[in-house]
Design a protein around this ligand. Structure first.
Ligand SMILES: Cc1ncc(C[n+]2csc(CCOP(=O)(O)OP(=O)(O)O)c2C)c(N)n1
Ligand code: SF4
Ligand SMILES: [Mg+2]
Length: 336
């Protein structure tokens, strides 16, 4: 069902308190910095953060300065989830021994797509399997941006990066984006969700839910990166919205195994609108765009099926061939 809060793009209900202080060195218009700021507002003061190296660590903690207004630990590229596990176990022991007050302290781990889908996958899988009570947030800008835009396994098909360049020999990333939410959900944890800084209330609700539910929770946040994506510095939020509206990055959650699309569309926008706006997809042929379009529709249909909806309509144009029981108008009121 279309969320009532989907048309809210500026969140006045969020606290004015900043936990990621201004003055950090993120590039102008960084979608990840916007997302982190919102996530931290949702998490509040009672949190311990374990942050893998990546853009957000580099831009927010040039020694001896820090933008973090909450307890924050820098960890290596590969072990954010392992460090968060240790923090969670340590806090539990301190509470049991009466050394600290027995109140809820959220433990959160954060890493980029490289730190999550590639090098940190083993630590994450282990922490999920052990069942630590923590929230893991992956900020997905779809490449190793901090070190100069190298591909990761979350880089989308056809995207040009320095290690998957688009030229005569190869046309960008040759593989499909790794599906991290599904990989995490396969661990059988209580909560997995996708979120986008372009839908702030949806993002905030998911952060709060993930932090409150017992056991591990995972949030996958799309984080447009203007220099890495080859777009102007005012484009991040518009693109994050377009990614959702085209079905390239659907917003959904999996709570206790139950899928729910949190922002449903009767008709998706064409993926070409999203791809053609970005330098990393320049030179993409109409055939490749069509290939991506078909895959996006197929994945969208699969997601709708999992979200307990029934198939009723035939596919026309870009419409999904699955229609939700409780149909809702979608793009109306979606102002830029
Ligand atoms: C073991 C190890 N290998 C490589 C590096 C270098 N390195 C630091 S951050 C990074 C890429 C981070 O990419 P991602 O996790 O996607 O975060 P982003 O910078 O894109 O936000 C790399 C390769 C490292 N610090 N440690
Ligand atoms: S390189 Fe990209 S992700 Fe990193 S700070 Fe700049 S805009 Fe943000
Ligand atoms: Mg990245």
């Amino acid at each position: 069902m279309l969320m009532n809060n989907a048309n809210v793009y500026a969140v006045k209900t969020l606290t004015s308190k900043e936990y990621l202080a201004p003055g950090h060195r993120a590039c102008s218009g960084c979608g990840q910095a916007v997302a982190v700021r919102m996530v931290q507002k949702a998490l509040g003061r009672n949190v311990v953060m374990a942050c893998a190296t990546g853009c957000m660590e580099v831009v927010s903690t040039p020694f001896p300065q820090s933008s973090w207004e909450v307890p924050w630990i820098h960890v290596a590229f590969e072990n954010a989830a392992a460090v968060a596990s240790g923090v969670e176990a340590g806090l539990k022991a301190l509470k049991r021994k009466g050394k600290i007050e027995n109140k809820k302290i959220t433990v959160a781990a954060m890493a980029g797509d490289g730190g999550t889908a590639d090098i940190g996958l083993q630590a994450l899988s282990g922490a999920l399997e052990r069942g630590h009570d923590f929230l893991y947030i992956c900020y997905d800008n779809e490449a190793y941006m901090n070190t100069g835009v190298q591909r990761s396994s979350a880089t989308p098909y056809g995207a040009s990066t320095t290690t998957s360049p688009s030229g005569k020999v190869q046309r960008g990333q040759p593989t499909w984006k790794k599906n991290m939410p599904d990989i995490v959900a396969a661990h059988g944890i209580n909560y997995v969700a996708t979120a986008s800084p372009s839908y702030p209330l949806d993002l905030v609700e998911k952060v709060k839910k993930g932090a409150e539910l017992e056991g591990p929770a995972y949030l996958h946040v799309l984080s447009p990166c203007p220099p890495g994506w080859g777009v102007p510095s005012d484009a991040a939020i518009k693109l994050a919205r377009l990614a959702v509206q085209t079905g390239v990055f659907p917003l959904y959650e999996i709570e206790k195994g139950k899928h729910k699309i949190t922002l449903d569309f009767e008709e998706l926008s064409p993926v070409g609108d999203y791809l053609k706006a970005q330098g990393r997809f320049r030179g993409m042929t109409p055939e490749t765009i069509e290939l991506i379009q078909e895959r996006v529709l197929r994945e969208w249909d699969k997601l709708k099926e999992k979200s307990e909806v029934r198939t009723t309509a035939k596919k026309t144009g870009l419409k999904s061939n699955i229609v939700k029981e409780d149909k809702v108008p979608v793009k109306t009121g979606m102002k830029e």
